[in-house]
Design a protein around this ligand. Sequence first.
Ligand code: APR
Length: 239
Amino acid sequence: MRLSTPAKDAILSAKNVVALTGAGISAESGVPTFRGKDGLWRNFRPEELATPEAFRNNPKLVWEWYEWRRQIIKPLKPNKGHEIIARFENRFHQFMLITQNVDGLHQKAGSKNILELHGNIWRVKCTKENKTSINTEVPLPSLPPYCECGSILRPDVVWFGEPLPNHAIQAAYDAAGACDLMIVVGTSAVVQPAASLPIIAKQQGAFIVEVNAEETPISHIADEFLIGKAGVILKEFEI
Ligand code: APR
């Protein structure tokens, strides 16, 4: 898949760039995506587990799902796609990475200027004190794990029906509203408000490049839609 001339020109002339990533950028590292064929866990959909109700009704089950994901993710390494995006930080005059991923692989690849819209699987939050802390224990001592105060800990991630961290979503809207190039990588673009960011960018005149293994609901608004594996295609952006 070769970049078109307009896409090359947009990359070469871009001053303010945003990358928006989803689970697809971590797929080549071995992280299961949410809606792909390998995404299901015990035949539950994320929408059935990643909710405050599911956690209230059965915190052990929800934590078993997160424990499964933490066990998979812990030994994994960032892939070429993460590394290329990390290098964008020094390449463009202004660069912001907005990720829906909670796996921490962008940080492992060296990305610093990063907005984690949906939290991080390596942080936990006390359900009573609301204090967050890093927890990389695999396996966890108990499911669910407990805070020293005796209350249950929850994953510090955003669940369906919960608001995104205010600072993160406001900064994401601002970045989408100001960029001249948005590179959207590996997201099914079905979960809001992240899925609106490419539309906000497009409406203010940004050049939109989408990289995905298959078409998505935003492919029709992309100025360039590159189908294939992120780790392979993103190499073409290093011009
Ligand atoms: N390269 C590029 N794209 C890929 C690759 C790959 N190697 N492998 C898969 N994809 C694409 C799929 O085609 C799909 O469009 O990545 C996308 C993954 O979509 P989802 O599994 O829905 O993940 P994501 O879009 O990040 O989900 C958004 O939903 O469950 C919630 O909070 C969770 O952040 C997540 C949000």
